[in-house]
Every structure is written in structure tokens, then in C-alpha cells.
Design a protein around this ligand. Structure first.
Ligand code: IPT
Length: 975
């Protein structure tokens, strides 16, 4: 069998070892290489004779994926293999990229011609999926394991000048069968290539064991090295020890994600000095709970794929750092490196800034699920060596990172003997960390019970240690005693995820539940341009792939360009490490420290009072430095009493960083709480009523009511305060379905029900237009074609003249008729105004969007933005941008004119330059071409969001059922 098809991990690579820097020479070979792509391996082999020529070569940057540089194209599949499943064989159509670099050694590079001073290795940090390395025509070896390092000894083949390094990379190999992760298939040399000098007496490998005993406050330290003879110094601790020697270190500060205390150390041997960063910490499961340094953890995590919209998985260092900073700033304390070991520099950043890490092996065989896992490499002895190699290369490389607290065997690979063997291998090599794998429900080979997308109900049962038993009583008893995490939950695809608050409440209630990792960190949208040259983010199918999984890869908390999505802001609020519960009536605030390790001394607290969204008073708040888990009631005495009755009043308490930290400046907001101190001004002086006027039929019979004119036939509003009403206000129940509405199942999803029952095609029947005293009353029945149910609607218009001018009020009474078979998407009025109104100011929930089950991050205040700023540009267009609890909103045009909409008492607002139908039909935001009409939805209610795109749907309290509803709004000129 060929080297790229046989299941072995390869030939010629040196045994894996720790990643470290040292004072030995290194030379980065990153840069522009020669490149040519062949459609098959045979084509590449046929071209071998002209390896040294200039024929057909182009330039390609290393690291990179060739498909992102105009050669071939990316392809996205989730679970299905994009080729016939016949392991370990791969298709003849196997894009094969030859990479070539001609390089000289620096003049002062030791050896190779001056004899015996050590040797020179060639290291590849990541090449997908299989490659063969030649130096000056001699083969150094072959390798698989895309996200793993491989080192080759250059032996006698390295020249001082004119080295020709040839790397042949195959897109498909046996390795592809064990790398079926849900992501773009992107081949290439996508991580760095380095030449390493290894002097005589160099360190081959080093393994730091730095523990912490929370009972004594002492650290323990042992540094194992190969070869064994070396000295370790830790100047800050005044320590010198021999490698292999164990010492107790009194009074060290332990490492944690909250206080990532690192001690600089050095390992010195005859040939080399290796800087080390020590983090003293001990990971354990005690009484069924994961602890670090004796403290139970609550993981507020995310799953992070490596992704950049231009570079794919060749993520620049600055971007990795940005990821870590963004996580820290959004109260995230943990990362699962789904589903492969990340670039090693990312783990350095986790050590430095403080994140708990589950480091996952580069293993997924998910596609075998479609044949009931028959032939699964995870259970076939022919693959044992490959799988152990994947475990070993991860553990060896990353074993010195204090941030890594768990090793994960891989993702979605069924069960089998090779997983068991990986677990045994890891336990033997590194007994000091926990082992994770979600795919084996029995947990036989793991230390934590882990699930993905379990419902709230099931998570609660697990929290009570009352889950459904396993068949095997011994395994069941063992599992029941294990701590629990959700390694994936809250699928952040499109608008959402909903239900975070309810999960977090469970995590905070049951000690067994130690948190989870939202799926996932970032949308995998690749920057592209459409035929008209408009930029957009591409997802599956956009490159013409015959087999793909569409936008299922756009399911992150960040948009592809790393703009935080509303989901990330919601998550930040839900997992905030300080509970702030304001009681305006009692004039107190209850503050709870939800950190795992630190007290609250690092935070500064402040209060403010806002009347109608305007801050009228503020001050600092003294909060005791509560220890983790402690709460205190703090008086808000200084906040005084409520102001004069000139409007609604809210009290806000915020916790911000007291001082600059490595990841955010002083003043960065960590947590907040808000409570209403007083309702809106009790009375509004009523103005004089205006009565409807019907013009004579000679004048078209138009109806006028104060600032509004109406169609006499069906009572629809034509003009409003002089603005042209292009779409008269009418009841609307539909929304452009979200990814979560559509769910994974086209038959049973709530969107399927809406379409089956034609809620996207509601018909409006006008039953009468009457003048009833001072009101204009329009009655109607709104119902779907074919439906035996509907909504009876009474629109009642009244007019008023006040000191500020005239106003038009609309009250809409909605009464369900017949049996409604499904929830409603939304319930409100939609209207369209033909006017260049571009600026929106509102008092209500903001600044971002919110829906019934995603509204924690919205606070009551006064906000303003443009119509563009009112949109959330989901990679796949869908319902977005609704601002909840709006008391009033003002829409203004460039000339200052406009409209003010007041809620009775409040409504949810969306404002867009396209219709719901256009939004639903769009495939990319660039498809949405603004028209001259501003389309508004003034909603009384919305159906929740949920996370049915992968996981539970909308929880019962957030379902929108047809019930009697009243919506009241008033229209005036802006103040
Ligand atoms: C789960 C996968 O582990 C993850 O890689 C991703 O595909 C996620 O789903 C959905 O985006 S597997 C799923 C079948 C629960």
C-alpha cells in the first residue's frame, strides 16, 4: 500500500517530545515557497523528473492552505466523508501539492560540514493531511496527523548552500478517515516549518511536574529531562535542583485561570539552556468534583476551532492573542481545543493570560456513524498505532502547560479498543491530568462524564446524580460518582443561542455540574466576493462543492471577522463571575462572588440612577472583598431616594476592573445588575381629542384623523405626520426563520410547522371600517390559506392634540379564533414608511438585539444608531435586530424630520430596508439590497430562539402561543 494510504502514522519522524524554545539556533523556513498542484498523485509522480526545474512552479506562502490561494477550492462537510468510504483507501482524485524551498544555512549555523557539533532537525508544526519530505533528493520521511508536529533528522543531507527542500502534500490520506472534524477540508503546510540545531548535550525532552498542596500552601517541583543530567534554577524562588529531583517549595502562589501565576525557570544542560514557565497547580477529582488546588471549578467555556476568514487554520499569532483577549474580556474561563491540538503558541497564551484548557487529540471518525460505526478506525487494531501516535504527539508536545487540565481522546469517534488504548497510554504517561472523551457514554476510560447538547431536563437529572442508569451496574456506579461537564452545548448558529440562562442556573445549583463549552467560538465563514464584486463570507456550497453542509459551519459566538455577535454578549452576561441583584425597594444590592479562586478586591463597584435613560446621579459602592461563594447585602443608601416623578427610574450597579490587567484596562465592565425603582410618570395630561373626518366622495372619500389619512375602503393608513406610508400597519405573525427555527429536521422543526400551516402567507380580510365616536375602527380576520384558525383583530385609531402637536394612537386587540396548531413566530404590526429615515434613538432594551430567551445582556437605557447599525449581519440572513422593551423610539431623516413611536407600555422594534420576505430569501447579507422603504415591526411578543439547530428547542416559557393580546402604540413627531 502507498504511504499515504497505509494507516500507519508515517515513517522517519523522530519520537515526539515537548515543545520548547532554547538558546540553540533555529531558522524559520516560513515564507514564499515554490508550489505546484497536481490533480492526482500519479500526475505528481510523473513530474518528479523535473523537480529541480522552474517548470510550472508558482509561489505560495508557507504556512497556508493552497485552496485559499487560488489552487483548487475549499470544501465544507460536517459528518459525511466527502469521498467513498473504503478505509484506508482514498480516491484517485487526490489533490497533491508539491512545495519546494531552496535555502542556505546562515554562515554561523553550526555544522554540518565542520563535523560533530550536534545535528539539525526539520520540524513541521502542522501539515494536512499527509506529506513526504525530501531534502536534496533524499527522503527524510512521511507523516500523517495534520495538527501534530513532526521532526525529521536532516542527517548528512543538509548542505551549507543551495539546499532543496521538497514537501509533497496529499489532500487525502488514510489520515483523512480519522480527521473527519466538522470544518472546511483545507490541505497544505498550514503551520510553521523550522530548522532546529540540536547541539551536543542538548535537551531532547523535558517534563515539568509542578504541583500545589492547598492544605499546606506548598508547591512541589520535579523536572524530568532526557538526557537526564541537567540543572533547574528558579531565581524568583531561590531554587536550584537537579533534573529528576523532587523538592517542596514553601509559599508559592499557585497557577489558576483567574491568577495565572507563572515562575520563570531555566533548565541548563551541557549543550543548551531552556527557559521554562512553571505554573504550580494540582488537578484532581475529589468527592465527585473536579478541583484545581482544592477548589471546585465552574467552566465557562467555548469550543475553539482554529479559524481565520482569510487564512483558514493558518491563524496568525496576533489573531490567537486576540482570541484569548476576547475570551477573557467576555468572562470566558475555559477552552476546549475542538477538535485537535491547537498551534502550540495558543497554549502559551492560555498559560499567560489564564484559561483552563481541554486539549483534544486530532481524532474524529464521525462519518462511520452512517454505517452504524462498522469499520470504525477507533476499534480496528490496524489503526491502533496511528491513534496512539495521535495521543502521544499531543501529550508530549503540550505536557508542560499548566493551563491544560484535561486531555481529550478526540471527538465523535464512537467507541473502541483504540480509544481505550489511548486512554491507557495517556494515563501511564501523565497521571496528573484528567482524561475526557464524550463519545463513550459508559465513561469506562475517562475521568469525567461529558455530554453534548443534553437538554436542561437531562442536565438537571445528571446534576442530581439521578440520570438514566447504564446497563452495567459497575460502570453505572462509577459514572454516577463522576463530575459532569457539557463539552458542547448552546449551539451558537445564527441568531442565538437561547436557553443559556437556564443552563447556567443548573450549573450554579448542582455541584456535580461543572459548566460547559458553548459550541462554538467563531463562524467559519471564508471571505469572498460575489459576481457583482460584493464582499461576503462564504459557507458550504459557495465554492460549488457538490457535497456540503451549507452554513452549519457558521455557528460561532464571533462573526468570521471576529466581531462579537449578540450571542457572545449574552454569554458574557450569563456567566458573569459576580452576581449583582439590585433591590430598588429595599435600596440594597446583593453581591455574590462567583469566581472559583479570587476575592472581589480586583473590582471596583459603582451605582447610578437613570431617569428615562438619563443618568441623574452616580457614585462608588463599597463592597467587601468577598471570598468565592460568599454573598453580601450592600446598602444603596447614598443613591438617595427616587427623583421627582418625571419619568421611569432605574438603578444600575456595575463591577469593573479596579486596575489594568494583562487582558483589559481598568474600568472594563465585568458584571452589572439593574432594577426599576419607579414606573413611568403616572399621568400624562391628555390633550384634546380629534375626531375622524370623512371627505366627500367627490374628494375621494379619504378619511382623516389628526396627523393620519386613511383609505376609506379598507381603513389602511396612507400618510402619517406627512410621511408616505408605503406598507400600512397590519398584523404580522411571521419572521424570517432563524437557523434555530429551522433546526436539523426539516419535518419537525418549528419553521416546518409555520410553513406547513402557511404562516408565511397570512391573508387579511377587512370586515369593516367604522367611525365610532372619536375612533376609527377597522375590524379584520387574519388567517392562513387552508387554515381553520386565525386571529380576529380590532385596530382602533384615535387622535389627540397636545401642547407638543398632534398624535395618532393605535390600539390593536388580537383574539385567537379556532385551534392554533403551533406557536407563532411573532405577534405585532408591520408597516413601511417611504422616507429616508436613517437614525434611530430609543429608550428601552439595548444596545443590541434581544429575544425572549436571549435578553440578559440587554439593559434598559437610551440608545441610538443608524438603520444599518440596527441589523445583526448573520452570515446566513435571518430574523435579527429586534430591540425589546422599547418605551419609545424616534426615527429621523437627514433633514431632521421623522417619527416618534411610543409604546403602551412597550414593544419590540425591528427596522430594516427590506421586507421579511426578502430577508428570508437572502442567502448572504450582500443579497439584501436596500429599498426606499423603511420596514418596521412593532411587536407585542416574539417566539423564543432556543438552540434547535443542534440541541433543545425553545423552552416552554418562551413559546409564543396564540392568546388574547393587546398592542398599543402612539405616533407623534420626534421631540
Ligand atoms: C457536534 C460535533 O462534535 C461538532 O464538531 C459540531 O459538528 C457540532 O456537533 C455541531 O455544530 S456532533 C452533533 C451530531 C451533536
Amino acid at each position: 500500500m502507498t504511504y499515504y494510504e497505509d494507516p500507519s502514522p508515517g515513517t522517519g519522524a523522530l519520537a515526539p517530545r515537548a515543545a520548547f524554545r532554547s538558546d540553540a539556533r533555529t531558522l524559520s523556513l516560513n515564507g514564499d515557497w515554490d508550489f505546484r498542484l497536481f490533480p492526482t498523485v500519479a500526475h505528481a509522480e510523473a513530474a518528479d523528473a523535473d523537480e529541480g526545474t522552474a517548470d510550472g512552479w508558482e509561489k505560495l506562502p508557507v504556512p497556508s492552505h493552497w485552496a485559499l490561494h487560488g489552487h483548487d477550492a475549499p470544501q465544507y462537510t460536517n459528518i459525511r466523508y466527502p469521498f467513498p468510504v473504503d478505509p484506508p483507501r482514498v480516491p484517485t482524485e487526490n489533490p497533491t501539492g508539491d512545495h519546494r524551498l531552496v535555502f542556505d544555512l546562515p554562515d554561523d549555523w553550526p555544522g554540518p560540514d565542520e563535523g560533530a557539533d550536534g545535528r539539525t532537525l526539520l520540524r513541521f508544526d502542522g501539515v494536512e493531511s499527509c506529506y513526504r519530505v525530501r531534502l536534496n533528493g533524499r527522503e527524510l520521511g512521511t507523516a500523517k496527523g495534520s495538527r501534530l508536529p513532526h521532526e525529521f533528522d536532516t542527517g548528512p543531507h543538509l548542505l551549507r548552500r543551495g539546499n532543496v527542500l521538497s514537501v509533497r502534500v496529499h489532500q487525502w490520506s488514510s489520515g483523512s478517515y480519522v480527521e473527519d472534524q466538522d470544518m472546511w477540508w483545507l490541505a497544505g503546510i498550514f503551520r510553521g516549518v523550522t530548522l532546529l540545531h540540536r547541539p551536543e548535550g542538548a535537551v531532547r525532552d523535558v517534563f515539568v511536574h509542578a504541583g500545589y498542596d492547598h492544605r499546606t500552601g506548598h508547591g512541589t517541583l520535579r523536572v524530568d529531562a532526557v538526557p537526564a543530567a541537567g540543572r533547574v534554577t528558579v531565581p524568583e524562588l531561590g531554587l536550584t535542583l537537579a533534573t529528576g529531583e523532587t523538592v517542596t517549595v514553601p509559599g508559592v502562589q499557585p497557577w489558576s485561570a483567574e491568577v495565572p501565576r507563572l515562575y520563570e525557570a531555566q533548565l541548563a544542560t551541557d549543550g543548551e539552556r531552556v527557559p521554562l514557565r512553571l505554573g504550580f497547580r494540582t488537578v484532581a477529582v475529589e468527592d465527585g468534583v473536579i478541583t484545581v488546588n482544592g477548589r471546585p471549578l465552574l467552566l465557562r467555556g467555548v469550543n475553539r476551532h482554529e479559524f481565520h476568514p482569510d487564512h483558514g487554520r493558518a491563524v496568525p499569532y496576533a489573531t490567537m492573542r486576540e482570541d484569548v483577549l476576547l475570551m477573557k474580556r467576555h468572562n470566558i474561563n475555559a477552552v476546549r481545543t475542538s477538535h485537535y491540538p491547537p498551534d502550540p503558541a495558543f497554549l502559551d497564551l492560555c498559560d499567560e493570560f489564564g484559561l483552563w484548557v481541554i486539549d483534544e487529540a486530532d481524532l474524529e471518525t464521525h462519518g462511520f456513524t452512517y454505517d452504524d460505526w462498522r469499520g470504525n478506525p477507533a476499534d480496528d487494531p490496524a489503526w491502533e498505532e496511528a491513534l496512539i501516535d495521535r495521543a502521544a504527539r499531543m501529550v508530549e508536545r503540550d505536557k508542560n502547560h499548566p493551563s491544560v487540565i484535561m486531555w481529550s481522546l478526540g471527538n465523535e469517534s464512537g467507541t473502541g479498543r483504540n480509544l481505550a488504548a489511548m486512554s491507557r497510554w495517556i494515563r501511564d504517561r501523565d497521571p496528573d491530568r484528567l482524561i475526557h472523551y464524550e463519545g463513550d457514554r459508559s465513561c469506562e476510560h475517562t475521568d469525567v462524564y461529558s455530554r453534548m447538547y443534553a437538554s436542561h431536563e437531562e442536565v438537571e437529572a445528571i446534576g442530581r446524580r439521578a440520570e438514566q442508569p447504564l446497563d452495567d451496574p459497575r460502570l453505572d456506579a462509577r459514572r454516577r460518582a463522576l463530575p459532569f461537564i457539557q463539552c458542547e452545548y448552546a449551539h451558537a448558529m445564527g441568531n442565538g443561542p437561547g436557553g443559556l440562562t437556564e443552563y447556567q442556573r443548573l450549573f450554579e445549583t448542582y455541584e456535580r455540574l461543572q459548566g460547559g463549552f458553548v459550541w462554538e467560538w467563531i463562524d467559519h465563514g471564508l471571505r469572498a466576493r460575489d459576481a457583482a464584486g460584493r464582499p461576503y463570507f462564504a459557507y458550504g456550497g459557495d465554492f460549488g462543492e457538490p457535497l456540503h453542509d451549507g452554513n452549519f459551519c457558521a455557528d460561532g459566538l464571533l462573526f468570521p471577522d471576529r466581531t462579537p455577535s449578540p450571542g457572545l454578549l449574552e454569554y458574557k452576561k450569563v456567566v458573569e463571575p459576580v452576581g449583582i441583584c439590585v433591590d430598588a425597594a429595599a435600596r440594597t444590592v446583593r453581591v455574590t462572588n462567583k469566581y472559583d479562586v479570587v476575592d472581589l478586591a480586583g473590582l471596583a463597584f459603582g451605582w447610578s440612577r437613570e431617569v428615562e435613560g438619563r443618568r441623574v446621579a452616580e457614585g462608588a459602592l463599597e463592597v467587601p472583598p468577598l471570598a468565592p461563594g460568599e454573598s453580601a447585602e450592600v446598602a444603596l443608601a447614598e443613591a438617595g431616594s427616587v427623583a421627582e416623578d418625571d419619568g421611569e427610574e432605574w438603578w444600575t450597579v456595575r463591577a469593573v476592573l479596579a486596575d489594568d490587567t494583562a487582558w483589559a484596562p481598568a474600568g472594563h465592565e465585568v458584571a452589572w445588575g439593574q432594577a426599576r425603582a419607579r414606573g413611568p410618570a403616572a399621568t400624562r395630561t391628555p390633550g384634546a381629542r380629534i375626531t375622524p373626518v370623512r371627505a366627500s366622495s367627490a374628494d375621494g372619500g379619504a378619511l382623516t384623523l389628526g396627523p393620519g389619512t386613511f383609505d376609506p375602503l379598507d381603513g389602511s393608513l396612507r400618510t402619517l405626520h406627512g410621511l408616505h406610508v408605503a406598507v400600512p400597519p397590519r398584523l404580522n405573525v411571521y419572521r424570517a426563520t432563524t437557523d434555530n427555527d429551522r433546526g436539523p429536521d426539516e419535518e419537525t422543526s418549528v419553521a416546518a410547522q409555520w410553513h406547513r400551516h402557511a404562516l408565511d402567507r397570512m391573508r387579511h380580510r377587512c370586515d369593516g371600517v367604522t367611525v365610532d365616536g372619536e375612533s376609527l375602527v377597522v375590524t379584520a380576520r387574519v388567517a392562513p390559506p387552508g387554515g381553520f384558525f386565525g386571529l380576529c383583530v380590532v385596530y382602533r385609531w384615535t387622535g389627540e392634540r397636545t401642547s407638543d402637536g398632534t398624535r395618532l394612537d393605535l390600539s390593536v386587540d388580537i383574539t385567537p379564533d379556532g385551534e392554533w396548531p403551533c406557536p407563532l413566530p411573532r405577534l405585532g404590526v408591520a408597516l413601511g414608511i417611504r422616507a429616508p429615515l436613517d437614525w434611530i434613538e430609543w429608550y428601552g432594551g439595548g444596545p443590541g438585539e434581544s429575544y425572549p430567551d436571549t435578553r440578559r445582556a440587554a439593559r434598559i437605557g437610551r440608545w441610538a444608531t443608524t438603520v444599518d447599525g440596527f441589523q445583526t449581519p448573520y452570515v446566513f440572513p435571518q430574523e435579527n435586530g429586534s430591540r425589546g422593551d422599547v418605551r419609545w423610539a424616534e426615527l429621523r431623516g437627514p433633514d431632521g424630520g421623522g417619527l416618534r413611536i411610543e409604546g403602551r407600555p412597550a414593544f419590540a422594534l425591528t427596522a430594516r430596508r427590506w421586507t421579511t420576505g426578502q430577508l428570508e430569501a437572502a442567502r448572504h447579507p450582500a443579497d439584501l439590497v436596500p429599498d426606499e422603504v423603511l420596514h418596521l415591526d412593532l411587536d407585542a411578543a416574539h417566539h423564543g430562539i432556543g438552540t434547535a439547530s443542534c440541541g433543545p428547542g425553545v423552552l416552554a416559557p418562551y413559546e409564543l402561543r396564540a392568546t388574547r393580546t393587546r398592542l398599543g402604540v402612539g405616533f407623534t413627531l420626534p421631540r
